[in-house]
Design a protein around this ligand. Structure first.
Ligand code: GDP
Ligand code: IMO
Ligand code: MG
Length: 432
């Protein structure tokens, strides 16, 4: 039995979905533990692209059970659409392969409306959220008025819960944001229907996870977003509303810290960010545009162009610290082929002083000018490489340099979006 937590080391979209799908054949359980359908995880298998938002990326592997843990926020309508599409394709013949925690909180139409209304009102201070209601849903969870998946199965009590919530939510929507109220009667009918359709999937997932661990299963935990979008460790307030770091797996899935064996940090070979907030190595000129074109850097959830720039090891070192990475995966190395000399940020100049630690405040980060070292590039197409040794010398030198600068071994290198376009230097599920 081995447990492996896979999390994003940057601002999301590092290629977590691709790697979770690739790792899944070795795991019997794949578990999402935080976030919601703000995530967009892209899987390319035999030329067919699947984008998942809340269903774990183990689902294309027939041998896995996929758990949506209590730390996730679930938009029931969107989850049902995702499940239906998987069923139609014949990928999800057995519904018991997807289990949703009854304790996961539900994203309601109020949350979507408030997310949008707040962003509109914030104007130039907007976070650039995905508009999926994530922040407002977590807010209701923490203020202890949220509605959970299991509540959808109990229509009578649900009606009282919705009535209570409506008082506060519609007041805020109408009086503060000048938006239309949400009709509780219609919402209740809709929510009861969601409950009816979701019932076969609802589970006490922490218990299922515990049973799996006792039975000696390999378990893969699938992070969403990334370390710098984490509510505590990220570039606050330009973050999401959940903890994205590896430690969040304990509360979000229901597993003790003593049961985590390995933590895989996933990074791109360069850096991207979607939404607002500071980004020290952002390249707004031609180089950024080339990365965006070559890497097809457009959001999997909202289609927004992603901001692009060079690799930042100041960030990766901070990430390694707060997550306890035991290994790194470097994705999209193929995108750097033919791009010329490669810059790696190793420090920041802030107020005239060079530092190599990640700053504590947003103000310092906004003033940070990256200090770069350069690495020679390579021109060869590397998408066919399946071993580290077969990579061009300069591509290997780039990987080695990142490994040395971050101080964490690079165990996986991804050279294309396809499942098999992956180089593994060791088995991530090898026994300890
Ligand atoms: P996630 O949110 O971390 O799962 O990442 P996304 O799916 O949002 O974005 C990553 C994008 O890069 C997707 O379109 C993937 O298909 C693609 N991708 C992942 N790994 C590689 C790789 O090594 N090379 C290339 N060219 N594309 C990749
Ligand atoms: P995956 O799992 C990239 C960003 C949004 C915004 C901020 C807050 O695909 O890596 P939210 O809707 O969560 O309140 O938005 O977080 N964001 C992501 N960026 N990848 C994601 O998920 C993201 N999920 C949220 O763009 O800046
Ligand atoms: Mg994504």
């Amino acid at each position: 039995m081995t447990t492996l937590v896979a999390v994003g080391a940057q601002w999301g979209d590092e290629g977590k979905g691709k790697l979770v799908d690739w790792l899944a054949p070795k795991a019997q359980l794949v578990v999402r533990f935080h976030g919601g359908n703000n995530a967009g995880h892209t899987l390319v298998v035999d030329g067919h692209t699947t984008v998942l938002h809340v269903v774990p990326a183990g689902v294309l592997n027939p041998g896995t059970i996929n758990l949506i843990g209590p730390g996730v926020v679930v938009d029931p309508g969107e989850l049902l659409i995702e499940l239906e599409a998987l069923k139609e394709r014949g990928v999800l013949r057995d519904p018991s392969r997807v289990r949703v925690s009854g304790r996961a909180h539900v994203i309601l139409p109020w949350h979507l409306a408030l997310d949008k209304a707040r962003e509109e009102k914030a104007r130039d201070r907007a976070i650039g959220t995905t508009g999926r209601g994530i922040g407002p849903a977590y807010e209701d969870k923490v203020t202890r008025r949220g509605i959970r998946v299991a509540d959808l199965l109990n229509p009578e009590d649900l009606r009282h819960q919705l009535d209570r919530l409506a008082e506060q939510k519609n007041f805020e929507l109408v009086e503060f944001y000048n938006w239309k109220p949400i009709d509780v009667e219609a919402l209740w009918e809709q929510a009861v229907e969601w409950g009816r359709q979701l019932e076969p999937y609802v589970d006490h997932t922490a218990r299922t996870l515990d049973r799996g661990l006792r039975d000696g299963m390999n378990v893969l935990f699938e992070g969403a977003q990334g370390t710098f979008l984490d509510i505590d460790h990220g570039t606050y307030p330009y973050v999401t509303s959940s903890n994205c770091v590896a430690g969040a797996v304990c509360a979000g899935a229901g597993i003790g810290p003593t049961q985590i064996d390995r933590v895989l940090g996933i990074t791109k070979a360069y850096t991207t960010r979607v939404g607002g907030g500071p980004f020290p190595t952002e390249e707004q000129g031609e180089f950024g545009e080339r990365l965006r074109e070559a890497g097809s850097e457009f959001g999997a959830t909202t289609g927004r162009p992603r901001r692009c720039g060079g690799l930042d090891v100041v960030m990766l070192r901070e990430s390694a610290t707060v997550n306890g990475f035991t290994a790194l995966a470097i994705n999209k190395l193929d995108i750097l082929s033919g791009i010329g000399e490669l810059k790696i940020a190793t420090g920041y100049k802030i107020d005239g002083k060079v530092r190599n630690d990640f700053p504590m405040t947003l103000g310092e980060l906004e003033r940070a000018e990256p200090v770069y070292e350069t690495q020679p590039g390579w021109t060869e197409d590397i998408t066919g490489c399946r071993t580290y040794e077969s990579l061009p010398d300069n591509a290997r030198a780039y990987v080695d340099r990142v490994e040395a600068l971050v101080g964490v071994p690079v165990e996986i290198i991804s050279v294309g979006p396809g499942r098999d376009e992956t180089i593994a230097r060791t088995d991530p599920f090898r026994p300890l």
